[in-house]
Design a protein around this ligand. Structure first.
Ligand code: MLT
Length: 261
């Protein structure tokens, strides 16, 4: 489906019936990365899966896409769909956006799942790396970003088939979208100080072999959010939901069933 919001055309999936669950994808992918989870969860929930600004079927305007802008896009979509409260699940960049939304609109979130993500801002070195990657995307296109990133998105033993799937998702995006998200992530503030104020039931999920947002980050996140549950997925790297879909989905579904039922 498609809608106009905040000056862009946003593509999203809206399937199933029941309490609403929103899945926010990682960089530099699209809502399609949630295929396995969406197929399972739409049996009992209304699944809303946007292609975030710059990705998939959504517009990729020039400029940087801050996490606050991306969170505003999600809130605008919820408003259009008449959804006052949802369960919100974000992986990596999707987690940064979920944390931005928790700062701006905490009452819209009934339950929160933070996957393979972190609360902290980028270091100076991290910001410089993002700018270098934004220029790489602009000069050599999304394929250069795929070559550079895929080895760190999955565990060393991940099958070639999954690597090929990731490559297809990444090269389907535009250089403007990739650069815009990189520059937006570089600007994100430290979400750490707000974590103690989160009262929504929260699940923190991480691939045991995630090297981009390692289990230590997940432990710190979980320790800072009162009552949150922490689960490590064995044998998974950063994109734990794609690498171990059955295990990831079972943990997410059990959490959602517990808080939304
Ligand atoms: C992601 O998976 O969304 C990115 O790796 C996040 C990041 O680069 O910080």
């Amino acid at each position: 489906m498609e809608t106009m919001l905040n000056g862009i055309r946003m593509h999203y999936e809206d399937e199933g019936a029941g309490p609403a669950v929103v899945l926010l994808h990682a960089f530099p992918l699209s809502g399609a990365m949630w295929r396995a989870q969406a197929a399972a969860l739409r049996q009992r929930y209304r699944l809303i899966v946007p292609d975030l600004r710059g990705f998939g079927g959504s517009d990729a305007p020039p400029g940087s896409y801050t996490m606050d802008q991306q969170a505003d896009d999600v809130v605008a979509l919820l408003d259009q769909l008449g959804l006052e409260q949802v369960a919100l699940c974000g992986l990596s960049m999707g987690g940064y956006i979920a944390l931005a939304l928790m700062r701006s609109h905490p009452a819209r979130v009934r339950a929160l799942a933070l996957c393979d993500t972190r609360a902290g801002a980028d270091s100076e070195e991290g910001r410089a790396g993002r700018e270098a990657n934004a220029r790489l995307a602009e000069e050599r296109g999304p394929a250069a970003i795929a070559d550079k990133m895929i080895p760190s998105l999955v565990a060393p033993g991940a099958p070639q088939e999954l690597r090929d799937e990731l490559r297809a998702l990444i090269v389907a995006n535009s250089a403007d979208g990739i650069a815009g998200a990189l520059r937006g992530m570089a600007q994100r503030p430290d979400s750490g100080p707000g974590l103690a104020a989160i009262t929504a039931p929260t699940l923190v999920l991480v691939g045991a072999e995630d090297t981009l947002t390692p289990p230590a980050e997940a432990r710190a996140l979980s320790a800072a959010i009162a009552g949150s549950r922490l689960v490590e997925i064995a044998g998974a790297g950063h994109l734990a939901n794609m690498e171990r879909p059955a295990e990831f989905t079972a943990v997410l579904r059990a959490f959602l069933d517990g808080v939304l039922a």
